[in-house]
Design a protein around this ligand. Structure first.
Ligand SMILES: [Zn+2]
Length: 265
């Protein structure tokens, strides 16, 4: 009977329960203290400030958090990358560490490409596309139809049309669009050169390929009013539903444009 009693679970007395309870509270307090210390340590490493500029001590601010790379050259590279369009601090940091990781030849090839572009690329004398000589490749191409002229806002718009491989005429790059709110007027673009070109040239059609925005449309309207006296036919790119799109997901402007510009089947 005695062995059986020893195997049974004994009911703790009231004093023992208080001791266990106090022990648990002590353990809990210790855990909270340890976590508070870790948090305090983390806060000590992270300084909340307002700027995102690199500081003199080799640290940069990530949002409102200062992170130190410990190297001013690397911080400078990160800062330069972060000036690129669409590149935030995190992406700039990844690019900088990629440059550090790759072979020196690969990294310097990037630097050389940037230097070469800045030293050699200019605007074409006739169309204002990017060129390395006086004239761009398109203006020099004898296979191009010199009776067609496509007006675009930027060289990158020209590249988009070229990639479609559906146009073999010449271009005129405006180098922007009329934007009164940004104080960009006709005199800031290459509109005068375009008018002179059309009046002096033998173009039969001028295709307005400015962006389908209020400013792009306003720019096209301004140009067409300047060329109203010429015999050149002025057209604009079709707009409305894009190929492969679904009516259900098209916005109102797209559907309205598609209905206005509908074609015979
Ligand atoms: Zn050109």
């Amino acid at each position: 009977m005695g062995g059986g009693r020893a195997g049974m679970r004994q009911i703790p007395k009231a004093g023992e329960i208080r001791d266990v309870h106090a022990g648990c509270m002590h353990l809990l307090a210790w855990i909270i203290h340890a976590r508070a210390c870790r948090l305090a340590h983390l806060v000590a490493r992270i300084t909340y400030e307002g700027s995102q500029s690199p500081s003199r001590d080799g640290s940069f601010l990530l949002g409102r958090i200062t992170v130190s790379t410990g190297n001013q050259s690397v911080n400078h590279l990160i800062d330069e990358f972060s000036k690129l369009p669409g590149i935030g601090k995190k992406s700039a940091e990844r690019l900088a560490y990629h440059v550090l990781r790759v072979h020196a030849n690969e990294a310097l090839a990037l630097a050389d490409a940037i230097r070469h572009v800045k030293e050699n690329v200019r605007h074409c004398r006739d169309c204002y596309n990017l060129a390395e000589g006086e004239l761009c490749d398109i203006c020099q191409d004898p296979q191009r139809d010199r009776t067609l002229l496509c007006v675009v806002e930027q060289p990158r718009d020209l590249m988009s049309i070229e990639q479609a491989s559906a146009y073999r005429g010449l271009y005129h790059v405006l180098l922007g669009r009329i934007a009164p709110l940004e104080s960009i007027g006709p005199e800031d673009l290459t509109i005068d050169a375009l008018v002179n070109r059309v009046q002096a040239g033998s173009f039969r059609e001028l295709i307005m390929a400015t962006n389908p925005t209020i400013e792009g449309d306003g720019t096209a309207l301004h140009i067409s009013s300047l060329l109203g006296e010429t015999d050149v036919e002025i057209t604009r790119l079709a707009r409305g539903l894009t190929t492969g799109s679904v009516l259900e997901f098209a916005n109102r402007e797209m559907v309205a444009d598609a209905l206005t510009g509908r074609q015979r089947f």
